[in-house]
Design a binder for this molecule. Structure first.
Ligand code: F3S
Length: 651
């Protein structure tokens, strides 16, 4: 039987296990990526593991999330990251140089390589045939030290693209259509492999918009085959020698198939406050818009912003609507500037920002209260924009720009009819891309300016957990509903994120958006459990969302289901993730006494799957631990850091 593209790459990198769906496999990692909000912990963990040099082909540290150095803590973090990159042998991308996925795509991503990144949108370079997976920072630290990355072999789903996108429909509409059909849980345990004749009609930047936002489906990753478009993209960057032809075998078998006829697509929009709340733009036309932002790792490329610039040329935006453009990389800004497009956009009323994640996580350009914001970003979870009662819509650059011109949501086809002289901009590739060789903001390991770690006063150590105990009991500290995100667990807003390297302080904010008395209650209880509905921990790879509850003494989470990366992070920090059924979830109340009846340490080590949980000494439920043998050893040792240290000590 032939192989899918995913299987070919995995086969090339396989160090443990077999490519059977559901089996745990270990793969070798070629490239790693980390960013500023997760990176400090990655390096502190790398140091705690007594590693002294990066072992992967490429390791890159980007400063992109919190780039405004308004507080010394943040600047200290950037300096620490530069020193860690220099000391251990990674590339360092300065604040302002751009968003990790965009800069990585431009400089390092290559067909056939594997990549692990401590950011949930790591799958972005799947658009050029790299198998890229998001994970917690500790997994990245271990991979960077040369260790394999372990994952349950996902199902491989073919997304067959047919036809060609009509005018005004874009790659963003392809992925919004996937979200409309499958929901934010539809990709859990799956890799989406794009196939079919429609693939060749899409450029690499369009493909990376789709693979980037495969994360919102909960997918492990998404990938495209390589072809002349991929070769063209790499050539423009001066990296044509990295091109490899990669296609699935003709007789490859997939676990499932989804068919999308591109020619049927129209401009779509995700309504507040979930990326799968997707409707045709025309359905919400007329809604007044206060703010529009173009950018992010989904649509922040030169090829994403150029269409907006063309639509804005010679026009001015509505006086009641702000339009902010924050490109995904300095390279994109520079190209737009050299071609005069920045001046055109400014003349139209654009507030042109530095290349940063910024507003995507509520850092800068926070919407006004009770207002509507349209963004080309990938997620619109409630409160993520920096204000609790936000109303954020997600759409393509074309739809966003049309709204800025009109002051209200409008299908760009209708606006074009109304204006009479606005053509569909389509996609145009740039003629002069730069490369890392001439980028002063991307410092290669052999140009490093530091060879020792520089830690400011806000940078602490990583807490370690003791081995799992035999008895686990404590109160249900908090009961939460479905789809709790890592933003709920540890918000990524400016005031909170600056404590990312100071775990005792950061922990004070744990779940504060759900219940602001939680952290103190957890500390007082000195043990206990979190209770949640479906898809607990969806959203980002932020390992602080497991580490901070661990620091507060939380022992485990009882949930109906878990998001993939967060569940791995719970193992990595020694928290017991138990699955419970819907009826039991309904019955548990916050404050109930929870006791795991079994000898927990022994049961975890011996491979026991079902656990008896007693509630209030009154009734019992059966909970399931779905974990590989390796995950069980990690859990029993008190988390991956303790586990890896223990392994190293025992030789
Ligand atoms: Fe940054 Fe938002 Fe992407 S935080 S990495 S632009 S999802």
């Amino acid at each position: 039987m032939g192989q899918t593209l995913t299987e070919k790459i995995l086969d090339d990198h396989l160090v443990e296990g077999e490519l059977e769906t559901g089996e745990e496999i270990g793969i070798e990692i070629d490239q790693v990526l980390t960013q500023d909000t997760t990176g400090t912990l990655v390096w502190l963990q790398f140091e705690a593991l007594d590693m002294d040099e990066v072992q992967t082909e490429v390791a890159a540290q980007y400063c992109d999330h919190q780039t405004y150095q308004f507080d010394f803590k943040n600047t200290d973090d950037h300096r620490f990251l530069r020193s860690a990159a220099g000391t251990f042998g990674a590339h360092y991308s300065r604040p302002g140089n751009g968003i990790c996925h965009n800069v990585h795509k431009e400089n390092f991503a290559a067909p056939g390589k594997t990549m692990l990144g401590s950011d949930s949108h790591t799958p972005t370079p799947g658009g050029l045939g790299e198998l890229a997976i998001g994970s917690g920072g500790l997994d990245v630290a271990v991979a960077m030290g040369g260790g394999p990355y372990y994952i349950e072999m996902p199902e491989i789903v073919s997304v067959r693209l047919e036809g060609e996108l009509p005018e005004w429909a874009t790659a963003k509409d392809v992925i919004l259509e996937m979200l409309r059909r499958l929901s934010v849980k539809g990709g859990v345990g799956k890799i989406f492999e794009y196939t079919g004749p429609g693939v060749e009609t899409l450029t690499v930047p369009e493909r990376t918009t789709i693979t980037n936002m495969g994360t919102e489906l909960g997918a492990t990753t998404s990938i495209f085959p390589t072809d002349e478009e991929t070769k063209d993209w790499l050539s423009r960057l001066g990296r044509e020698d990295e091109y490899v032809e990669l296609t699935p075998d003709d007789d490859a078998e997939y676990d499932d198939e989804i068919v999308i006829d591109l020619s049927d697509l129209e401009p779509l929009i995700a309504k507040p406050s979930m990326p799968d709340n997707v409707v045709p733009v025309r359905e919400v036309a007329g809604e007044k818009v206060d703010q529009v932002i173009l950018g992010s790792c989904t649509n922040g490329g030169y090829e994403d912003i150029l269409p907006a610039a063309k639509m804005l040329e010679g026009r001015t935006i509505d006086r009641k609507t702000d339009l902010i453009v924050a490109p995904g990389s300095k390279q994109a800004s520079e190209m737009l500037a050299r071609e005069g497009w920045v001046a055109e956009m400014m003349a139209a009323g654009v507030n042109f920002s530095e290349a940063t994640c910024g507003a995507c996580i509520g850092i800068g350009h926070v919407p006004a209260s009770d207002s509507v914001s349209l963004r080309t970003f990938n997620r619109n979870f409630e409160g993520r924009s920096g204000i609790e009662d936000d109303s954020v819509y997600l759409c393509s650059p074309e739809v966003a720009t049309a709204a800025a011109l009109k002051g209200e949501i409008v299908d760009p086809r209708d606006l074009a009819d109304e204006l009479g002289d606005m053509d569909a901009p389509g996609i145009e590739m740039g003629s002069k891309y730069g490369t890392s060789a001439d980028d002063p903001d991307l410092i290669a390991p052999d140009e490093a300016v530091d060879d020792d770690l520089i830690k400011g006063p806000n940078i602490g150590d990583v807490p370690l957990k003791d081995e799992l105990e035999s008895e686990l009991a404590g109160p249900a500290l908090l009961k939460m509903q479905d789809n709790i995100t890592t933003d709920h667990i540890i918000p990524a807003t400016q005031d909170i994120l600056m404590y990312r390297s100071n775990i005792p302080k950061l922990s004070e904010f744990t779940l504060s958006r759900v219940d602001d008395s939680f952290a103190q209650r957890a500390l007082d209880a000195d043990g206990g459990f979190l209770v949640a509905g479906e898809n607990y921990g969806q959203g980002s790879s932020r390992e602080h969302a497991a580490l901070c509850p661990m620091f507060l003494g939380v022992e485990g989470v009882l949930a109906q289901s878990f998001a993939r990366i967060h569940k791995a992070n719970l193992f990595n920090f020694g928290l017991l993730p138990l699955e419970i059924d819907a009826d039991d979830y309904e019955q548990i109340e916050q404050g109930d006494d929870i006791e795991v009846v079994d000898d927990v340490a022994e049961a975890v080590r011996s491979g026991q799957e079902e656990f008896t949980v007693r509630v209030n000494d009154d009734w019992e439920l059966t909970a399931t631990l779905d974990a590989s043998e390796r995950e069980r050893r990690i859990l029993a040792d008190g988390g991956k850091l303790s586990h890896t240290k223990k392994q190293a000590e025992s030789g």
